[in-house]
Design a protein around this ligand. Structure first.
Ligand code: GLU
Length: 551
């Protein structure tokens, strides 16, 4: 068979040679050890935690080593394409602090290794498919869908491995005359890899290959035996072929991707070898798992777990610094230890490594994220927190923008208890929750949410009347509480809770019940930070007005 002739016959329009592209995309001029990474999302409009998780690894590997990190749009599957998806990808990742050095942007490509959108690179893929055909390593396949369904049925009946390989690859050994006749008749075809693998051999004779995965160590797998599709009938490549060509020409050194790609690694390794290229260092990240209600580990699912979508964190108003901090704790097992030793260091000082990544499933836990968020937000000043919350409200809750009218007031609210030396309040987790938590400071959001304590429910009016009668906004905390004790005593409540506990029949309740009446009247809630402090922030007028409503 004259493969060169076959290649010309199939790709008459391809006039560039592989050497042309090698010259167009020369090796990068980077310091020794610099890593080149890429994120290759498909523009499906759904950007998930896994994308961010991977992007984080890419970003750290590249930027810690003086390398480059680029964005490539993998849109070869046009059925999944969603308008505006590229914008969503770029914006969401930027929000979480992921910046690309080159690649697709909203205003076209940046960088010398583009085009960075796979659907624009048709002739490049075809050039390399042509090379493989010319070397007898790929071939046109004319099988119809019906043929393939038939093969599949036979394989099932014979309990053979599914797929197109070996004797099932019916177009593999067509003669030039047969191919010419089919082409002349306009028979549609695809281009398949002519795989060397042979799985029909006895187990111990099946060839294996080894690669070093940066996260998983040595991977030892049987070679590929599938005549994988390289180009579809439209001339568009499959992911397998496209990413191999792109990662070579874009001079990617590290391919970070999810473990779901492990089963197709043999195909990719065979492709790199057949094209005569060095295999990049693969870093197959662990799947994101969660503990379900029964305590079983399972994969995060798009359908069941809203927290898989990055939108979830933006809608809820998680601070990007908290999400980054949390992702690092699940990405690198030594991060938490480092953080304890370096509580105030910028997060990028942490030396991230693929060796410290788990390969057995990273456990994602919203409660843990929330805990970390509390610590992270504690370190953010009230002024910055104000700006963050306001930006969030502008996007997600414009009806709440009025709470940002008085900056000093809101900053005081945000700072309640945060500067206590020993046990600072860590109330803030994410925007939605923070605003809900402090809503009672704003008259239009204020509501009585809790009941008055049962012990004092009959004395609400009396308590408030006495409280207002002696209320002096200038009282310090001690004087203020002394007055509450007096009210308690006068109305038959124990001044000390332990007296009430000892002799419950002698009292209606204790001083705590009395102050809770005031708390509920002022804040609408039984739980809140210190009442005296809240009153100082609310101001005298608002305090009196709220209490007077109960008389
Ligand atoms: N386009 C692939 C995806 O969205 C990317 C896989 C890779 O990074 O190689 O899953």
């Amino acid at each position: 068979m004259n493969y060169e002739k076959l290649a010309e016959l199939l790709f008459p329009h391809i006039d560039k040679t592989p050497a042309d592209y090698e010259a167009m995309y020369p090796a990068r001029d980077l310091p020794a050890g610099a890593k080149v990474t890429r994120l290759g999302p498909s523009p499906t409009g759904f950007i998930h935690l896994g994308n961010l998780y991977g992007a984080f690894v890419d970003e750290r590997l590249a930027h810690q080593s003086g390398g480059k990190f680029f964005l490539r749009i993998e849109d070869t599957d046009d059925k999944r394409y969603v308008e505006g998806a590229v914008e969503i990808i770029i914006n969401s990742l930027r929000f979480f602090g992921i910046q690309f050095d080159e690649g697709a942007t909203m205003n076209g490509d940046i960088g010398d290794y583009g085009d960075y959108t796979q659907s624009h690179r048709g002739p490049i893929y075809q050039c390399f498919a042509k090379k493989l055909v010319a070397e007898g390593k790929a071939y046109p396949c004319f099988m119809t869908e019906a043929d393939i369904a038939e093969i599949h049925a036979q394989q099932e009946a014979q309990k053979a491995n599914p797929g197109i390989y070996g004797k099932w690859a019916k177009s593999r050994d067509l003669s030039m005359e047969e191919i010419e006749a089919k082409l002349a008749a306009g028979t549609p075809y695809i281009i398949r890899l002519k795989s060397d693998g042979d799985m029909s051999l006895p187990e111990d004779q099946i060839k294996r290959f080894q690669v070093e995965d940066a996260i998983r160590g040595t991977l030892d797998m049987p070679v590929n035996d599938q005549d994988t599709v390289l180009l579809k009938a439209t001339g568009i490549p499959t992911y397998h072929f496209a990413h191999v060509v792109d990662d070579h020409l874009m001079r990617t050194t590290h391919v970070v991707r999810g473990a779901e790609w492990l089963p197709s690694l043999p195909i990719h390794v065979e492709l790199f070898e057949k094209l005569g290229w060095e295999v990049p260092i693969y870093c197959h990240t662990a799947q994101l798992m969660k503990l379900d209600e029964e305590g079983n580990k399972r994969k995060l699912s798009k359908r069941k777990d809203p927290e898989l979508s990055l939108d979830y964190y933006r809608n809820e108003g998680y601070h990007p610094a908290a999400v980054r901090e949390y992702l690092l704790t699940i990405l690198n097992s030594n991060f938490e230890e480092w953080r304890i030793a370096n509580p105030d260091a910028p997060i990028d000082d942490f030396a991230f490594t693929t060796e410290k990544m788990s390969n057995s499933g990273a456990l994602f836990d919203l409660n843990k994220l929330n805990d970390i968020s509390k610590d992270v937000l504690l370190k953010i000043s009230a002024a910055d927190l104000f700006d963050f919350l306001k930006a969030w409200a502008e996007e997600f809750k414009p009806e709440l923008l009025h709470i940002f009218e008085d900056r000093a007031y809101l900053e005081k609210i945000l700072d309640i208890g945060r500067h206590e030396e020993r046990n600072p309040r860590k109330d803030h987790i994410y925007a939605q929750q923070i605003i809900q938590n402090i809503s009672y400071f704003f008259d239009d959001l204020f509501e009585i949410e809790d009941d008055f304590p049962q012990e004092a429910a009959g004395d609400v009016q009396a308590i408030i009347e006495k409280y207002l009668a002696t209320y002096d906004h200038k009282d310090d905390q001690e004087v203020w509480f002394g007055k509450i004790r007096q009210i308690a005593d006068a109305l038959g409540y124990a001044v000390k809770p332990k007296d009430f506990k000892k002799n419950p029949d002698q009292y209606k309740g204790h001083v705590g019940h009395v102050s809770t009446v005031i708390r509920v009247a002022l804040m609408g809630r039984q739980q809140s930070p210190d009442v005296w402090e809240i009153q100082q922030i609310l101001g005298e007028e608002r305090t009196r007005a709220r209490l007077s409503k109960f008389l």
